[in-house]
Ligand binder design. Structure first.
Ligand code: SUG
Length: 416
């Protein structure tokens, strides 16, 4: 059985819009009320997946959720036609595209029973994300139905859990037992800390992780207050490398000393605040990159175009590449539509280390399947949405039809 890292990207749903729903996510607030382009957004996501395939990486997908979420509205005693506009926007969000918040994943080499464990995130902090998990778990139960996987319900909502965006694995290679780092927030100044320590501890127990290879690390208050609403906005790990901003963690030295002891060959790549201030790191999403090891063995950072346009960030990258640093190559992707809601390349994907043949093939893609998906998107996805239109019957009908067309094209009608 060959264990490889598979990136599952959330396909941007046809209701993608800018309603400014995420307090503490500066891009979401900045772009509230802008006109969105769902079709272009989804095609940008497809192009990112194509670039990943070209690098030789394994690629999977998750599907858009039913929007409006009529079941959630019904639980609130209303319907999309009658709902208060803010509630309607919460029911229409395409936020499930950010698959890094779908679940926390502990691959087989890390767990006591040798299964790959996935716990769906409860996302309870933001109302528009709190109703994602039922449609997410339905997909996880299909995609990872085999006996080499264990899919868990969300942890109780008393404790906020936002999934893999606050979780890092460090190991000499993906298929080897890793040290799993759970990053949680305590305080974020004016902004909420979305990942709670108790939720992370519960997941570590449910996933049957070895306490000797487990670290809980607090996110720095300064990072959350500066707009790092998830750890993956200020840090990313791949195999034995941790790439992070100097101000990412509350106790950086404590974390580093544990990693040095526990991870053979551990390497830390730090970006100093003097070179790239937190504000530049967060605006450019330097760390919300996919740090990957393609088959050619050259650690590659997949960055959003905004990183190249931010002077301090791009100079840092050029210096690092010119030196002999652990990151050997940089690829740029255009995911501007998602970025404008605070979702970079890393937000759009969930990493699962597994044997690709153990995954339901309907959730795996190659170039031909991506082209087929792109065809449906070009045909069915709305071109533009303004948040004031979110309750228009025609738009709602178009959005619902578009999703069904995609599910049918992929043979996933049972998710309807
Ligand atoms: O939860 N944005 C998402 C972005 C998630 C990014 N994910 C990671 N960092 N892994 C969020 O804040 C914006 C929705 C709106 O404003 O309409 C939004 O939900």
């Amino acid at each position: 059985m060959a264990l490889v890292e598979i990136n599952f990207d959330g396909i941007v749903g046809p209701s993608h819009n800018y309603a400014g729903l995420s307090l503490g996510n500066l891009a979401s607030t900045r772009n509230a009320g802008e006109v969105s382009q769902p079709r272009a957004a989804a095609l940008q996501g497809i192009d990112k997946m194509r670039a990943n395939l070209k690098l030789g990486l394994s690629q999977g997908i998750f599907l858009p959720h039913p929007r409006p979420d009529r079941a959630w509205l019904s639980d609130l005693g209303t319907r999309i036609e009658d709902a208060d506009p803010v509630i309607a926007a919460n029911a229409m969000s395409a936020s499930a595209m950010w698959a890094a918040n779908a679940a926390t994943v502990s691959p087989a080499p890390d767990t006591a029973d040798g299964k790959c464990h996935l716990t769906v995130a409860n996302l309870r902090t933001m109302p528009h994300r709190s109703h994602e998990w039922p449609a997410t778990i339905a997909q996880l139960r299909l995609a990872f139905a085999g006996e080499s996987f264990a899919v868990h319900d969300p942890v109780p909502t008393g404790f906020g859990d936002e999934g893999a965006a606050n979780h890092m694995r460090l190991a000499p290679a993906h298929g080897k037992p890793a040290v799993e780092v759970f990053v949680y927030g305590v305080s974020g100044g004016a902004f909420p800390a979305r990942q709670h320590l108790e939720a992370s501890k519960a997941i570590a127990r449910l996933h049957r992780l070895d306490p000797g290879r487990l670290i809980f690390a607090e996110q720095s208050e300064a990072a959350i207050a500066a707009g790092a609403f998830h750890n993956d906005v200020v840090a990313v790990a791949n195999e034995r490398v941790l790439f992070a901003h100097e101000q990412a963690f509350a106790d950086k030295w404590g974390l580093l000393s544990k990693l040095e002891t526990k991870v053979p060959g551990f390497e830390y790549v730090e970006v100093a605040a003097a070179e790239v201030p937190l504000a530049d790191a967060i605006r450019s999403y330097l760390f919300n990159a996919q740090l990957v090891t393609p088959p050619d063995g050259q650690p590659t950072l997949i960055l959003p175009a905004e990183a190249r346009e931010t002077v301090s960030v791009w100079s840092w990258i050029e210096r690092h590449l010119a030196g002999n640093g652990p990151i050997r190559r940089v690829e740029i992707v255009d995911v501007r539509q998602s970025m404008a809601n605070g979702g970079g390349p890393a937000c759009l994907r969930l990493r699962v280390v597994a044997d690709p043949t153990a995954v339901d093939p309907r959730f795996m893609v190659n170039d031909a399947k991506l082209e087929m998906i792109a065809d449906v998107i070009r045909r069915e996805w709305p071109e533009q949405i303004h948040r004031d239109d979110l309750q228009q019957p025609q738009l709602i009908a178009d959005i619902e039809r578009a999703r069904i067309a995609l599910l049918e094209a992929l043979g996933l009608g049972e998710l309807a």
